[in-house]
Ligand binder design. Structure first.
Ligand SMILES: Nc1nc2c(ncn2[C@@H]2O[C@H](COP(=O)(O)OP(=O)(O)OP(=O)(O)O)[C@@H](O)[C@H]2O)c(=O)[nH]1
Ligand SMILES: [Mg+2]
Length: 357
């Protein structure tokens, strides 16, 4: 019964044109009519956009219908470019985003930046992050910055990133830039949200290349060696070659599109314009080969699958008896009373008994 219920929910989301009532009435006191948010977002009112994001981030079940109704009625601009920035801690991601964003603004592009604030806590981090590392950007009226405190991250990216990107595109931002912490599964997560993934690299020796996580070479669309300034310039030139050789040993992400290795100084803002030209050229090529559309569709399918799976699990766990039985099995496994296979068999039995009621 629960599976059926979850599937119905998922189908409703997919076929939302017919199932979601656009004139939904709100019982929640603080919530304004949906038109207020729609109008504000379409007019690129950053305050209202921010408010809408805060509401979509709420996990409270009473917001869910509202949230998906709002998201459904937002039409994102198809011409946006979603860019992910990843790289090991301290490589210069935030500084790079500041330089990249500033240069994009000079080319009359509007930019939404979704950075990660590593030092932040919910109380102070978001605002502090804006003010210090992204100073130049944060004052511009064509920029929207929405930092995610790292305490809120799930696998290196904010859990509602897809929804946030969608809202920013609804507000017509040309370029969406996402930063991720370069640890754990973060590249995989961010790669599934963006059109182009930039991997920032530290200038260094062969050891640095050895240290790059497996998989990242296949995931990047563009590799940039940062800190090409001062005494580091020579090292950067050498490491560029080494990185290029290492990358050529791997399958490119898209057939026949070999990722470039470039260099820049995020601090001195050199090499940034060349990177922007490459980003636009890459976007044009992906569009021409229809790869951008295919990729976005695949990402949506993955998102839907993941969300459905999560809802299903949440739904089951909301039943206190089920939760107790489930935890009981886990306990028996932890106490070595059940092997992993027995525990799984018990779990299947429990699931079956629940679904056939
Ligand atoms: N020399 C030089 N230093 C840089 C450059 N870019 C960043 N840095 C310095 O590197 C340090 C880390 O920079 P961030 O931009 O905070 O790096 P990050 O990758 O965002 O760091 P986390 O978010 O903590 O992972 C700072 O001291 C920067 O000033 C660059 O192009 N050249
Ligand atoms: Mg950073």
């Amino acid at each position: 019964m629960l599976i059926a219920l979850t599937l119905i929910l998922a189908i409703e989301m997919m076929d939302s044109k017919h199932h979601i009532n656009p004139n939904l009435k709100f019982k929640v006191k603080a919530l304004k009519p949906i038109e207020y948010y729609l109008k504000g977002i379409r007019n690129r009112d950053r305050y209202i956009l921010s408010e809408a994001i805060t509401l979509t981030e709420k996990n409270d079940p009473k917001f869910q219908e509202w949230k998906f109704s709002l998201l459904h009625q937002i039409s994102p601009s198809e011409s946006s470019i979603r860019i992910g920035i990843t790289g090991s801690p301290g490589v210069g991601k935030s500084t790079f985003i500041n330089s990249l964003g500033t240069a994009l603004l000079q080319q009359n592009k509007s930019v939404a930046v979704l950075p990660v604030d590593p030092s932040s806590t919910l109380s102070k981090g978001s605002i502090l992050g804006d003010k210090t590392r992204m100073q130049a950007l944060s004052h511009h009226d064509q920029v929207f910055i929405r930092p995610s405190p790292s305490s809120n991250l799930l696998g290196g990216v904010a859990p509602d990133s897809k929804e946030i990107i969608h809202l920013c595109e609804g507000a017509g931002y040309d370029i969406i830039i996402m930063e991720t912490v370069g640890v754990g599964q973060s590249e995989t997560k961010v790669e599934n949200l963006v059109d182009i993934l930039i991997v920032l690299l530290q200038p260094g020796s062969g050891d640095e290349i050895q240290g790059i996580k497996r998989g990242i070479m296949e995931m990047g669309d563009l590799f940039v060696v940062n800190k090409n300034d001062g005494e580091l310039k020579e090292v950067v030139a050498k490491s560029k070659k080494n990185y290029r050789n290492a990358i050529m040993l791997h399958q490119p992400k898209h057939p026949e599109i070999y990722p470039k290795v470039m260099a820049c100084s995020a601090l001195e803002q050199t090499g940034i314009l060349e990177i922007i030209s490459e980003l636009f050229a890459l976007d044009a090529e992906l569009k021409k080969k229809n790869l951008k559309t295919i990729r976005r569709k695949q990402q949506e399918q993955d998102w839907l699958f993941e969300k459905t799976r999560q809802s299903f699990f949440d739904l089951l766990m909301s039943d206190i008896n089920f939760k107790n039985d489930y935890q009981n099995i886990l306990q028996q496994f932890n106490d070595k009373d059940l092997s992993v296979f027995q525990a799984y068999a018990e779990f299947r039995k429990l699931l079956k008994s629940k679904l056939t009621v």
